[in-house]
Design a protein around this ligand. Structure first.
Ligand code: ATP
Ligand code: MG
Length: 331
């Protein structure tokens, strides 16, 4: 039996990397009839400084964009992570099995902790909470971007350690990586980095909330290189290839098709094609999201309904894990 589980942080508007790399893939899995759980990772977002009021807004925004992207709260389970305390409770059990050395060596921790002097402990625990997020539903598959692969290895290690100490309990979650290049969309300003919500340069990413005008401007300013032809060579020409990849994802084409159509175009001319394809994908999502966002009571209801369903599943798994560990049984 497959159970697909994934989360998105409410750290600001979704970018096309999040959309193609995570959200759209989830929606497709849902539409294929998979058992899908998607949570808004508000606990994770606290690992970086958040303004409380803005965070609340961001949670509703993200809910609106997930619904607008096709997530169906009746077929899939959609809720805010903090509304299901079992995530944090299982995190504690797993944290007692994780080692500081292993967590401190993870690249994402190193990158993010290098940016601040006072490193919050939550940042170190981030992958452990992620493991709990999946294991608390006995998740089997996790559709993520390539940036999360190492964290899934941590989850696999924790499952092994748990089983060794307490007996079998969890399936080992497997990554679901796409074969369409959507697992790592790059920054438009620095094609050596992935596109990120937290990148201080807003021109580095295309948001689902961007208007056609803004999309066109950002693509026009995207960093390429000094070769005018359009080719798809991700290693030697990451900038142009990233545009080709985005074009393919938006227009549902292969790199070969796109490159052939762009024959004779300079990269500057080609950028107009990319913008057009992206606008066509994004505009309908943006307008649906605005409609949802105008109905906050409906959004809150959706999250409440999802949380109730999630809680039922999580209680069951957590109670068995707690009993295996030998801590107080539920009253
Ligand atoms: P932050 O910079 O705040 O960590 P983020 O852009 O990495 O933001 P997350 O909320 O951490 O966004 O990730 C949500 C999902 O999107 C995850 O499954 C992640 O693997 C995926 N994802 C993030 N960035 C990219 C990207 N550039 N290309 C493809 N998938 C991505
Ligand atoms: Mg991230």
């Amino acid at each position: 039996e497959r159970r697909v589980v994934t989360g998105v942080q409410p750290t600001g508007a979704l970018h096309v990397g999040n959309y193609f790399g995570a959200v759209r893939r989830c929606v497709r899995l849902q539409d294929e009839g998979e058992d899908l759980t998607v949570f808004i990772a508000d606990l994770h977002s606290l690992t970086t400084k958040q303004d409380p009021q803005l965070l609340q807004e961001n949670i509703l925004d993200l809910t609106a964009y997930l619904l607008a992207s096709g997530l169906d709260p009746d077929r899939s389970i959609l809720f805010a992570q903090s509304a299901v305390p079992r995530h944090a409770e299982l995190c504690w059990l797993l944290a007692c099995l994780a080692t500081h050395a292993r967590l401190a060596h993870l690249p994402q921790y190193k990158e993010k902790s290098a940016e601040t002097k006072e490193v919050p402990l939550g940042l170190l625990l981030y992958p452990v909470l992620q493991a709990a997020d999946v294991l608390v539903y006995q998740g089997t598959h996790v559709p993520v971007g390539r940036d999360q692969l190492q964290h899934l290895q941590v989850a696999a290690q924790l499952v092994k350690t748990f089983h060794h100490r307490y007996g079998r309990m969890f399936p080992t979650p497997q990554p679901l990586l796409p074969d369409d290049g959507s697992d790592r969309i790059l920054s438009l300003r620095d094609p050596n980095k992935k596109m990120s919500k937290s990148d201080p340069d807003v021109k580095s990413r295309i948001l689902l909330s961007d208007t056609d005008d803004v999309i066109t401007k950002k693509i026009r300013k995207a960093v390429t290189d000094f070769t005018p032809q359009v080719t798809y060579e991700p290693t030697s020409r990451p900038g142009v290839s990233n545009l080709v990849a985005l074009h393919c994802l938006a227009a549902d084409k292969t790199p070969e098709e796109v490159v052939e159509e762009a024959d004779g175009f300079t990269t500057a001319q080609y950028k107009k094609e990319v913008s057009r394809a992206l606008c066509e994908t994004i505009a309908p999502i943006r307008s649906r999201a605005l409609q949802y966002r105008a109905r906050p009571a409906l959004l809150r209801d959706v999250l409440r309904h999802g949380a109730a369903r999630a809680r039922k599943r999580a209680d069951d798994v957590y109670e068995r894990a707690a009993a295996a560990v030998g801590i107080a049984p539920p009253a």
